[in-house]
Design a protein around this ligand. Structure first.
Ligand code: HEM
Length: 526
């Protein structure tokens, strides 16, 4: 590893801006957005009409320090902490090198807003070279996450018609409620096996199965059986591939960060990266093919074919079969851990804050009743449930940072940032700024409640689903799964800390995850 650090360090020192001529300030700007240095330029180092500074003048950790932080001090598990540390040390905008990549980090609400509001028609999130390379190696298509440009625009315009708006996903309330009914049964069964009759250990395991079952029900229009006592083998294989993908997070980061020419010397990261993807694709192909066979049978019998997202994709023929496989694979990857970790954090926060839990419960009972099974139409009647999710994602944004590659020269914070620069938007750091959220460290869901119809509680300091045309396409699915489950959990149980519930810390493991398992007591309401 030391040799790797030395080699990368030497290459970066020799070529501080790989692939970009003039990145460190040399070369004339091609075009700056009309928003320019003055608009919302809260963090500018040299305000006013002065010419923007070049990147050479931007502060930031040195290459060697950054490599040490990430590769030797396990910085990959502390991405969220490092954001805050660098924000304190270097200010709201700073530069760093990560492997062969040069990154400008932005840890300021107004600058983040400036970047995202200025996006073009097909924003690029990050260099997806390693994802794209795997796909072309195996003859597979890219999906929404890995695609760029025209290809992305085409797929996004097809998928957005079916799942982007709350009303599109409201129709899945019935299916989601069936999954919730199974989860509640499972909780009763786990409680009955516990010594105290109440404690469920490692709730993320439970919510992982719920999220996988829930999102697969919507994406594949079929049940996987994750919440039963015997999980089918193909699902077990998938879970293994998924955990390989995440446990290999660091490895897959290395797979992207390690240049190709180093692969013969360090083959494992790339090999494991491909193995994990093979498993994820295989699972999607099995379920997509099953659905396709079903539809063919129905058509042969002369029946009218009706269905959800996948059926629509087959019948409309707007995407090729390879594109359907790729999108189902990438959406499933994006839709399971994100939802399950968010649920784990929400339940943890409710257990630790009984007074908040009681207020949310009272609102549910008052506006929906003690046993009414809610649908999407009921969610606006319990604004505190929505506020709870927003506050959970503010404190524990499952994606602590996001990325954009600039598509034209930009002036941000008084610096000229050339087209093609990788930006890191530090959402975790901005979520904990008192200026953005008074008493930011405190869990106060009510901060998200609207005072009146005209009041909008938007805040670029916390945008856990991203923003704009490339924001999370599964947001409404995740919200439906989480809102409906939280309502029913609180209708059935009072959630309490167990004697084992300690303060749980966050660590970055690809996503912002609990560093320790969370155990809680589900106490029956009646
Ligand atoms: C709590 C749950 C979730 C959170 C916090 C979350 C967050 C995010 C974020 C921050 C992005 C990047 C947005 C941007 O670049 O502006 C994203 C993208 C994406 N998410 Fe989610 N997500 C969640 C659940 C889901 C679910 C359930 C699905 C699928 C059903 C999903 C599918 C996707 C896809 C496909 C993209 C890429 C979109 C594109 O590039 O066009 N996500 N998500």
């Amino acid at each position: 590893m030391a040799a790797l650090v030395r080699t990368l360090g030497a290459r970066l020192a020799a070529d501080p801006s790989p692939g970009r001529k003039g990145l460190l300030g040399a070369g004339a700007p091609r075009r700056c957005g009309p928003w320019g240095a003055q608009a919302g330029d809260k963090g500018a180092r040299r305000p006013g009409p002065a010419a923007p500074l070049g990147l050479a003048a931007m502060p930031g950790p040195g290459t060697a320090a950054n490599l040490r932080e990430f590769f030797c001090r396990d910085g990959f598990s502390r991405v969220h902490d490092i954001q805050q540390k660098h924000r304190r040390e270097y200010g709201k905008i700073f530069k760093s090198h990560f492997g062969p990549q040069f990154v400008v980090s932005i840890a300021d609400r107004d600058m983040v807003a400036q970047v995202l509001r200025a996006e073009g028609a097909a924003p690029q999130r990050a260099n997806m070279g390693s994802w794209q390379e795997y796909r072309s190696l195996r003859g597979r298509s890219t999906g929404l996450i890995s695609a760029e440009g025209e290809q992305w625009l085409k797929m996004r315009s097809v998928l957005r018609q079916r799942i982007l708006k709350p009303k599109d996903v409201a129709i899945f309330s019935g299916e989601v409620n069936q999954v919730i009914a199974d989860l509640i049964k499972r909780i009763y069964s786990l409680k009955s096996q516990a010594e105290d009759g109440e404690t469920v250990v490692n709730i993320n395991d439970l919510f992982f199965k719920y999220s996988l079952e829930g999102v697969a029900t919507i994406l594949y229009e079929s049940r996987l059986g994750c919440l039963g006592s015997r999980v089918p083998q193909s699902t077990v294989d998938y879970i293994q591939a998924l955990s390989l993908m995440f446990s290999m997070f660091k490895t897959s980061m290395y797979a992207g960060a390690i240049p190709k020419w180093l692969r013969p010397f360090i083959p494992k990261p790339w090999r494991e990266f491909c193995r994990a993807w093979d498993g994820l694709f295989k699972f999607s192909e099995i379920h997509v093919d099953n659905k396709l066979r079903d539809i063919q049978c129905q058509m042969e019998r002369g029946q009218r074919v009706k269905g959800g997202l996948l059926t629509y994709l087959f019948l409309s023929q707007e995407l090729t079969l390879q594109e359907i496989y790729a999108n189902m694979t990438e959406m499933l990857l994006a839709g399971v851990d994100t939802t399950s970790f968010t649920l784990s954090w929400a339940v943890y926060l409710l257990a630790r804050h009984p007074e908040v839990q009681q207020t949310v419960y009272q609102e549910i009972v008052k506006n929906l009743g003690e046993r009414h099974v809610p649908t999407a139409a009921d969610v606006p009647k319990v604004p505190l449930v929505r506020a709870l999710l927003k506050e959970t994602l503010r404190l524990f944004p499952v994606l602590p940072g996001n990325g954009r590659v600039t598509q034209e020269d930009l002036v941000i914070g008084g610096y000229l940032i050339p087209k093609g620069t990788q930006l890191a938007l530090c959402h975790y750091a901005t979520s904990y700024e008192d200026d953005n959220f008074p008493r930011a460290k405190e869990f106060r869901p009510e901060r998200w409640l609207r005072q009146g119809n005209l009041d909008r509680v938007d805040n670029f300091g916390s945008i856990p689903f991203g923003y704009g045309v490339r924001s999370c396409i599964g947001r409404r699915i995740a919200e439906l799964e989480i809102h409906l489950l939280v309502i029913q959990l609180l209708q059935h149980f009072e959630i309490k800390t167990s004697s084992w519930t300690k303060t749980v810390h966050a660590k970055t493991h690809g996503l912002l995850t609990p560093a320790e398992p969370i155990h809680v007591r589900f106490v029956n309401r009646k």
